[in-house]
Design a protein around this ligand. Structure first.
Ligand code: COA
Length: 332
């Protein structure tokens, strides 16, 4: 019998502390008005000193596990997408999360695909579940990105926020609950446009690195903006055409939340109604790999997403990486 992978549940967590545009006005030369007009962001969340990326992931995962109604022993693997891991090399954030949740003796590892991480994880889960290797996977996109943001760089520090999102992807035989199709891709040619240059093997941690502020995210915002709009638009056109669907067949358009102007440009080019487009950018900013699952959960928790609804996910991030996914919501 044919089996499908199903997004069975979703969960998210946003840290309590709010960093508002007004707060940023006191830190760098910027204004609430400029940030709102250029990005659509009003505020973002910042994790506390005691919270690391794994803690944000654990909070989101607990909700997803509960909503899926499965036992910890039924989870066959834990995979985490993050660009702000608890530890730079090991253990993986997924291992830390597994331990904190009490999940034992199953695979746990991280992937690195920047803001596209969660869509990459869906793609991986779909393959692992449809091949009948595994039945239930816990996937997490979590970021304490504030640890890698330079709060002296006004071009980046206004954009990012912390958060976590998680999902249970499970085997099903019901095509009406299935992840229908996913297209993910990358092009390393543009790696330098959005990069954390130091702290890795190329430019290891040193006093000199810290003096150069090389441990922080650097971005050529304007160039990233243009390529993001084009890529986010083209990959949706591609996946819709491939599946003989059009914008009107989609119940929820859920784009990566990087900049309201990017989302609006893409939405208008593709012809999605505003009411079908999920927006969290105003309250969370860009939470990288957590952005898409936090947006799905925001729409689910407010009662917008129902079982069987067709979601179109659209993501873009450092690497460059990008992807789109057609997903029927498989939860209750
Ligand atoms: N406050 C006030 N002025 C700022 C500013 C800030 N926070 N950041 C930049 N500026 C200034 C620039 O210095 C520049 O000044 P100049 O004209 O005197 O040189 C001016 O605003 C315009 O800068 P520019 O970078 O062209 O602005 P922009 O309209 O492209 O907006 C971003 C900047 C970063 C908001 C925008 O480019 C963006 O969102 N890029 C993509 C981000 C993204 O998607 N990243 C992640 C992908 S996952």
């Amino acid at each position: 019998m044919r089996v499908y992978a199903s997004l069975k549940s979703i969960g998210s967590y946003a840290p309590e502390k709010i960093l508002s545009n007004k707060d940023l006005e006191k830190m760098v030369q910027t204004s609430d008005e400029w940030i709102q007009k250029r990005t659509g962001i009003l505020e973002r969340r910042i994790a506390s000193k005691d919270e690391s990326t794994s803690d944000l992931g654990v909070r989101a995962a607990k909700i997803a596990i509960k909503r899926a109604g499965i036992k910890l022993e039924e989870i066959d693997g834990v995979i985490c997408a993050t660009l702000s891991p608890d530890y730079m090399t090991m253990p993986s954030t997924a291992s830390v999360i597994s331990h904190k949740l009490g999940i034992k003796n199953v695979m746990a590892f991280d992937i690195s695909a920047a803001c596209s991480g969660f869509v990459y994880l869906l793609n991986l889960s779909k393959a692992l579940i449809e091949s009948k290797m595994y039945k239930n996977l816990l996937i997490i996109g979590a970021e304490k990105i504030s640890s890698f943001v330079d709060y002296e760089d006004r071009a980046t520090c206004i954009l990012f926020g912390d958060g976590g999102g998680a999902a249970i992807v499970s085997q099903t035989t019901d095509p009406n609950k299935a992840i229908l199709d996913i297209n993910v891709s990358a092009d390393g040619e543009y790696g330098d446009l959005l990069i954390t240059p130091g702290g890795g093997s190329k430019d290891p941690c040193s006093l000199n690195l810290i003096e150069r502020r090389g441990q922080f995210i650097k971005m050529s915002g304007n160039e990233v903006f243009k390529i993001a709009v084009k890529t986010l638009t083209n990959d949706v056109i591609e996946i819709l055409e491939k599946n003989n669907l059009s914008a009107k067949d989609i119940d929820h358009f859920i784009p990566h939340q990087a900049n309201y102007r990017i989302i609006e440009a893409v939405r208008m080019k593709l012809g999605f109604e505003e009411s079908k487009t999920v927006l969290t950018i105003h309250k969370y900013g860009n939470t990288s790999a957590a952005s898409i699952p936090m947006a799905i959960d925001d729409a689910y928790s407010s009662g917008r997403i129902k079982k069987g609804d067709l979601m179109l996910l659209d993501t873009f991030g450092g690497g460059f990486t990008w992807g789109s996914a057609l997903v029927r919501f498989g939860g209750d």
